[in-house]
Design a protein around this ligand. Structure first.
Ligand code: 5GP
Length: 245
């Protein structure tokens, strides 16, 4: 496998072509951003921790029957993945009310949500990722009703699998954001990453934050400690021995 041309450089990841037209290489950089990219810092090894954590989570989801774009971890910060045409929707699942939900609606921070909330935001920095509904998605021509239903079903399935996976590691999966794309046959496949950048994760005993919310709050010195804690809890020791992290 050869890493070739840069085709997309996002806020924290870069996507490259490879010698196989159906595959891409995703490089996880050490950049960390908040507020639509307004604040940006570099956190040493963050890219590697996120790539390893995301690879593990995608393998757990594949084992649970969710089709993902993940093929292989090439280096600690590089993933080989199936090439997808990404759907510009951020699918968010919330198990506990916090973040933008409690800033927007009259619901107390920390309220358990049963059933969980599924929310869809338009992935567009210029418009500040506004919340969508089924009618708006169809009016904008982003997806059909059948595709919207598939995205929601898959998001709930991801939630069921990951709530249990994180619970076994002593972590509460508070909420998370996922993205999907279509493969060359038109199948909807889970893409992008699932990491402490895209989830809210709380320690089950202390409710301490183990995710990017620390950066959003300006507690930059605690960020990598939290990411390493998630890594230590979910990556088996025999796998850790393979990574120089
Ligand atoms: P909220 O809407 O409360 O800010 O975020 C809900 C969940 O989705 C959180 O877990 C948050 O990390 C994730 N999330 C929402 N928007 C984004 C985004 O643009 N990028 C990333 N990485 N995660 C997001």
């Amino acid at each position: 496998m050869t890493k070739k041309d840069l085709i997309n450089s996002g806020k924290v990841k870069s996507v490259f072509t490879t010698d196989n037209d159906d595959e891409v290489l995703i490089e996880f950089r050490d950049d960390m951003t908040a507020g639509d990219g307004e604040r940006k810092e570099v956190m040493s090894k963050k890219g590697s921790y996120n790539a390893v954590i995301s690879s593990k989570i995608f393998k757990v989801l594949e084992d649970g029957g969710v089709k993902t774009q993940f093929i292989n971890l090439i280096k600690t910060n590089e993933i080989l993945a199936t090439k997808l045409e990404m759907i510009p929707i951020e699918v968010i699942i919330r198990n506990i009310a916090t973040g933008s939900l409690v800033r927007t609606y009259p619901i107390e921070d920390g309220t358990p949500l049963n059933p969980p909330i599924v929310q869809m935001d338009f992935k567009d920095d210029e418009f500040h990722d506004p919340m969508l509904n089924d009618s708006i998605i169809k009016a904008l021509g982003i997806a059909t009703q059948e595709e919207i239903d598939t995205l929601k079903d898959l998001a709930f399935k991801v939630n069921d699998i990951l709530k249990e996976f994180f619970d076994d590691a002593g972590i509460i999966l508070v909420d998370f954001k996922i993205e999907f794309g279509k493969d060359k046959d038109g199948n909807i496949v889970l893409g992008d990453e699932i990491s402490p950048d895209s989830c809210r994760l709380w320690d089950k005993e202390t409710f301490e934050m183990l995710d990017k919310e620390l950066f959003r709050k300006g507690e930059d010195d605690k960020v990598m400690e939290a990411y390493v804690e998630v890594y230590n809890r979910i990556i088996p020791d025999e796998d850790k021995a393979k990574f120089d992290l």
